[in-house]
Design a protein around this ligand. Structure first.
Ligand code: TPP
Ligand code: MG
Length: 302
């Protein structure tokens, strides 16, 4: 039977009244994560918006243990916690990394790759708001082509780095993509990941009203459009088996995908795009889908 939101406990470990921006996907994601995994969870958070929205010492919005760590070091720090818990014979504690895209696809990548290669028993969640938001909306390796940021004022020239597939190339037991706009899918993947031994990687697409320049009431709508246009694809790679998840599984047929225009037209960060830029973005999405269709046809990719 599939999970429902009402199956989640009433308890909140990520407390209300925290200083996140209205419509913040990081705050929503962390709240869902803690409701799903429960209080026997240690969360490692590198420098990012989530460190700020915890609040200033001695007050905090987090009613669970957090290790705030240097930007590049979260997967290494989590590896250390896992080893210490194993030495103490404590096997019932989830060790989770909750990191932004900058802290994952750029600066934290070597620590993450090392932990993946060692198959450390960690759930690593990257909440991807597609820029370095905390320090003022600078571009990251996860920023999409064409997007305005304060360091790409005429639009980014390069496409987004495909980190979930890079993680799959490590051959780890579980890789999944998720979206803040599909909470049941995210929660189901988190639950599954917490029961698997070894390295688990979940990449959570997280539309940011402040950085993407859209009204704070539209976070969920924009995340849905990312998926329905095929710009963000929901899938899992479980023990090497590649599988598309709903609703991405019905978007195999290109005609069922909405045009990328319907996703970008409501975001200020794309307002300067020319027709040529939009075509380039659409072609990139179509090329990505060709890759996913090939992976689907192979089935077991490692
Ligand atoms: C080595 C190092 N370089 C730069 C910084 C400054 N810094 C802190 S948070 C941050 C941005 C983090 O971006 P991301 O990981 O995407 O998380 P977000 O802020 O978007 O939530 C930067 C550049 C730092 N703390 N340490
Ligand atoms: Mg970010």
């Amino acid at each position: 039977m599939s999970l429902k939101i009402k199956d989640l406990p009433i308890e909140d470990y990520w407390l209300s009244g925290n200083p996140s921006c209205p419509g913040c996907p990081a705050s929503l994601g962390l709240r869902l994560l803690m409701k799903t995994l429960g209080p026997k969870t240690i969360v490692v958070i590198p420098a990012c918006c989530s460190t700020i929205i915890q609040g200033a010492y001695p007050k905090t919005s987090a009613n669970f243990p957090i290790l705030n760590i240097a930007f590049a070091a979260s997967a290494a720090a989590a590896s250390g916690i896992v080893e210490a818990l194993e030495l103490k014979g404590r096997s019932n504690v989830n060790v989770v990394v909750w990191a932004g895209d900058g802290g994952t696809v750029d600066i934290g990548l070597q620590a993450l790759s090392g932990a993946a290669e060692r198959n450390e028993n960690i759930v690593y969640v990257c909440y991807d708001n597609e820029a370095y938001m905390n320090t003022g909306i600078q571009r990251s390796g996860a920023t999409p082509y064409g997007a305005w940021t304060t360091t790409t004022i005429t639009g980014k020239k390069e496409h987004k780095k495909n980190l979930p597939l890079i993680m799959a190339a490590h051959g780890i037991p579980y890789v999944a993509t998720a979206s803040i706009s599909y909470p049941i899918d995210f929660i189901t993947k988190l639950k599954k990941a917490s029961k698997i031994y070894g390295m688990k990687y979940i990449h959570l697409h997280s539309p940011c009203p402040t950085g993407w320049r859209f009204p704070s009431s539209k976070t969920i709508e924009i995340g849905r459009l990312a998926v329905l246009t095929g710009t963000w694809v929901l899938y899992e790679v479980e023990n090497g088996i590649f599988k598309l998840n709903p609703p991405s599984n019905v978007l195999i047929d290109r005609n069922k995908r909405k045009p990328v225009r319907s996703y970008i037209k409501i975001q200020g960060r794309f307002s300067h795009l020319t027709e040529k830029n939009i075509d380039e973005l659409q072609r990139y999405i179509d090329r990505q889908w060709e890759t996913y269709l090939k992976l689907l046809s192979i089935g077991k990719i490692y």
